[in-house]
Write a protein that binds this ligand. Structure first.
Ligand code: 3HC
Ligand code: NAI
Length: 682
């Protein structure tokens, strides 16, 4: 009957099976198939009840995001849902994998829902800058109550089958490998009523009296996380409507708020990011036989800030880690930090004491590098000095087993120079984690000149396994992220000499959507990173701040002074150092406007991004955006620097760069002249 939806009849049960890989998204073909399938099941007198389930790895994972923004074809989703909800025969959704977005909304128009224990159910639209636009905001609170619905639609985080059963979202949990049979048995229960979620009133009515305070409190508690985003507030308004209005009125509110989000720039950016993230994991030109190697154990050299965080990623994924230090004291300190991090997580209730011990049990601390001889992958995270790294890799080359992958976490250094001290440069690459390495999602995978395809493929697969978003970068100073960061930091320093203040620059970038501005970031990282008193020439502002004993947050003194609660106020010492520096350089300080600050901090990054792209140091513009969103806090609703520049218009970006005295990168100049974009989105 349809290439993607099949109706089979088992006795008195009609089984509708959606088979549209990879995730059974609600494409036009699936919607048409569902409409026809339901009609056929209704028309078949033998069919008394209907089970809706999906083939492959998951129940419907949502609307087909690739259709958004274009003209809709085929049956409309609301029409299909109405046919299901009003169906004279009970429909039971049989859920495995993930029932997300439009997928859960379809399940909510079924009369009952049965799910396997491993299933996850949620409305993740907010992550795409949207709200559930197929009745999800009106039906979900009617089943689980407004308070839980509010959490689900604003976070987008799915819940487990167990939680779904407890909250009333599903009616039964089926055995993991007996879903279809359990759903059929459910469908055969005598006198199954045609339960319509839309008619359920008890939970929304019960919440009405206390709703104003509940919503006010929720907005207050989540203001920081929702800052700058349009979609969360629209989602909240829909749940408010579910509580205060009739179902039909609530549906109208949902529709009215959905359309502007769908047409808006934020959702366009967030949808782009969804696909960009998946694209990033694909490496151009990798031969098909570049099969990933198995990583069953990992070695880490250096148990400092990065080594410890990197270790946690693998321990969390159940991979044993051997961690090596030079001195017992450093080793003990590193291991204690890892344990403390886990214990803090346990104290917040997000892990059990047994989990902590299980993870620590996978960790082998040692002072003997020889113990890395069995590791499949070794990651070096020692001091950022070429001689030291080459020394470590020389030793490692003698110890590591044949075929082991040898990686450096270097921030800036030339990975090829490191690889060349080994007898196996094909097994060497950069794995650049971001701090804190157990938290930040980004991993820059630095492909050396000789890195073998299978080694690269393994790095990408390993990244996915430990929950990272990996982006391939070429060998250049600072790779993608830090290279672009340097251009922003340099301009921020110039701005404070010319007359802007650190807090003005920070405010402008914070208001743009960054979690913090460049000077707050410098203070947080430590002003003395890579600085030494012996080598300081007192030439830069940074040298002078360090010489004056300003180290940033760690000693409460930096561009800002910090109190015990880390509240900050502009530092008079730093201010004087900046003023003296400007005077010495003969700079006539002036008032600098906010717009100039934004343009001068961000457009040079875009310019550098264009160079990186043209040099082939990034595979594609969207990879650069993924780096900035996941590694540095670029606001996701602005789509990353390259998408954002496209949205501004490249002609304008080029013109402003010229205005500020920059040489416009040839790729940027060409695209601007041809009225094209980096990402193809504009
Ligand atoms: N539409 C179109 N394509 C989708 C899709 C969707 N909803 N969900 C996943 N895909 C594609 C991915 O792009 C990827 O394609 P590729 O192989 O060509 O790169 C492929 O399916 C597999 O996806 P993943 O690599 O992400 O597979 P995982 O197994 O890791 O994850 C998943 C599966 C949890 C379902 C994850 O893909 C996901 O979270 N998908 C998005 C779910 C979502 O946001 N749904 C809501 C959509 S909006 C909506 O429904 C609006 C409605 O309210 C009207
Ligand atoms: P760190 O100073 O905190 O830790 C380095 C550790 O390596 C020290 O504990 C030291 O004792 C140990 N070590 C040095 N030589 C060793 C050897 N030969 N054998 C065993 N252990 C040895 O430094 P951090 O911050 O962890 O940086 C490590 C690397 O990660 C550097 O290359 C740095 O550029 C990079 N990096 C740092 C980031 C950060 O934000 N701190 C971010 C991303 C990368």
């Amino acid at each position: 009957m349809s290439a993607v939806v099949d109706l089979s009849v088992d006795g008195d049960i009609g089984v509708l099976t959606i088979n549209s890989p990879p995730v059974n998204a609600l494409s036009a073909a699936v919607r048409d198939g569902l409409a026809a399938g339901v009609a056929a099941a209704v028309a078949d007198p033998a069919v008394k009840a209907i089970v809706l389930h999906c083939a492959g790895r998951t129940f419907i994972a949502g609307a087909d995001i690739s259709e958004f923004g274009g003209a809709m074809k085929g049956a409309s989703l609301p029409a299909v849902q109405a046919a299901m909800e009003d169906c004279p025969k009970p429909i039971i959704a049989a859920i495995h994998g993930t029932a997300l977005g439009g997928g859960l909304e379809v399940a909510l128009t079924c009369h009952y829902r049965v799910a396997v224990p491993s299933a996850k159910l949620g409305l993740p639209e907010v992550k795409l800058g949207l709200l559930p636009g197929a009745g999800g905001t009106q039906r979900l609170p009617r089943l689980v109550g407004p308070e839980q619905a509010l959490k689900m639609v604003t976070s987008g985080t799915p819940i487990s089958a167990k939680a779904a059963l407890a909250s009333g979202l599903i009616d039964e949990i089926a055995p993991e490998d007996g879903l279809l049979e359990a759903a059929k048995a459910f469908a055969r229960r005598p006198n199954l009523a045609l339960v319509k979620v839309r008619d359920k009133q008890d939970k929304v009515e019960a919440a009405r009296a206390t709703a104003p305070e509940m919503f006010a409190q929720f907005r207050k508690d989540n203001a920081r996380a929702m800052r700058g985003f349009e979609a969360p507030e629209a989602n909240i308004k829909c749940i408010e409507a579910a509580v205060n209005l009739s179902f039909d009125e609530g549906m109208k509110v949902e529709r009215d708020l959905f359309v502007p989000l769908m047409m808006g720039l934020q959702s366009k950016a967030q949808r782009y990011v969804f696909f960009a993230e998946r694209q990033a994991n694909k490496v151009e030109g990798l031969p098909a036989d570049a099969a990933p190697l198995t990583i069953g154990s990992v070695g880490i050299i250096g148990a400092g800030t990065m080594g410890g965080g990197i270790a946690m990623n693998f321990l969390n994924a159940g991979v044993p880690v051997t961690i090596v230090e030079m001195k017992q004291e450093a080793l003990d300190r590193g291991v204690a930090t890892i344990r403390k991090n886990y214990e803090n997580t346990a104290a917040k209730g997000r892990m059990t004491a047994a989990d902590v011990e299980a993870r620590m049990g996978l960790l082998t601390p040692t002072l003997d590098m020889e113990e890395l001889s069995a590791a499949d992958l070794v990651i070096e995270a020692v001091f950022e000095t070429m001689e030291i790294k080459r020394d470590v890799f020389g030793k490692l080359d003698r110890i590591a087993k044949p075929g082991a992958i040898l990686a450096s976490n270097t921030s800036y250094l030339n990975v090829d120079e490191i690889a060349d001290v080994t007898s196996r440069p094909g097994s060497v690459l950069g794995l650049h984690f971001f701090s804190p390495a157990n938290v930040m999602r980004l991993l820059e995978v630095v492909r050396g000149a000789k890195t073998e395809p299978a080694v690269l493929a393994t790095a990408m697969a390993t990244a996915k396994k430990i929950g990272k978003v990996a982006v391939v970068a070429g060998v250049c100073h600072g790779f993608i992220g830090n290279r672009m960061l340097s251009s922003r930091q340099a301009e921020a320093m110039k701005l404070i000499v010319e007359g802007a203040t650190p807090e003005q620059v920070d405010r402008v970038l914070y208001d743009f959507g960054w979690p913090m501005g460049p000077f707050q970031m410098s203070d947080l990282a430590g002003l003395d990173i890579g600085w030494s008193a012996e080598k300081s020439k007192g030439e830069t502002i940074r040298d002078r701040l360090c010489e004056a004993g300003l180290r940033g947050q760690k000693n409460g003194r930096g561009f800002y002074d910090y109190d015990a609660q880390r509240n900050r106020t502009p530092s008079p010492v730093a201010t004087q150092i900046i003023l003296d520096y400007a005077a010495e350089k003969g700079v006539n300080r002036r008032e600098v406007g906010d717009e100039e600050i934004l343009e001068r901090c961000l457009y040079p990054m875009v310019n550098e991004g264009a160079l990186i792209l043209a040099e082939g140091m990034a595979q594609r513009a969207s990879d650069i955006d993924i780096v900035w969103i996941n590694g540095y806090g670029w606001p996701v609703y602005r789509g990353g620097p390259m998408f954002w520049a496209d949205s501004v218009g490249l002609a304008k970006v080029a013109e402003r760069l010229t205005h500020y005295g920059y040489e416009v990168a040839p790729l940027l100049a060409r695209l601007a002249a041809e009225e094209k974009s980096f990402t193809g989105q504009f």
